[in-house]
Design a protein around this ligand. Sequence first.
Ligand SMILES: [Zn+2]
Length: 189
Amino acid sequence: MKLIERAKQLIPCDIVCHEISLAILFNASRLPAPAFWPESKGSYESGIIVPDLRVEDSIEAMIKSVPDDPCMIPALENLLKQNHIIAANEVMNPHLYASFSILHELGHWYHFQENYTRRGLNGQKYITDYKEIQLKLELEKIGELAKKAKKGSQEQIELLSEYHKLYRKHPFEIIADQFAIGRLKEQMK
Ligand SMILES: [Zn+2]
């Protein structure tokens, strides 16, 4: 199954979903993962973008795109374990990863609609607020330190792990994570 088909199953049809090629994402220095567009950009209406990938390849494409960061998928795996979506001895599978990442973006979308669009605030304000909190959390600082650390060293792994932990403490990310976890739990019933 393609990621866009899964997205259309999970996302209400009134929310625009765009399938974007990996080449376009790569040129825009974006990860091959779902994302949301707060505001219309060029020919794209605001909505959720999904990379042109098969669900089965979603984890592998992500791992390949961040060869220096082996902590990204384990960080998500931990989050899902903490929330009892997967058992402690289980590993993340591409289907769960795809569903989680699509629902996470849907969570961002609803947060944006409720707290910004409905209050007459635009995508630019959302991005400014996001970045301001990011700065307070010193996310970029740790990200930079991780980049500078020796590749594959214990120090780098620790910094990356810290980075991902902090990333998931960003209040906007918590909202999106909790939304996705809630939906996954509903599906498990
Ligand atoms: Zn997010």
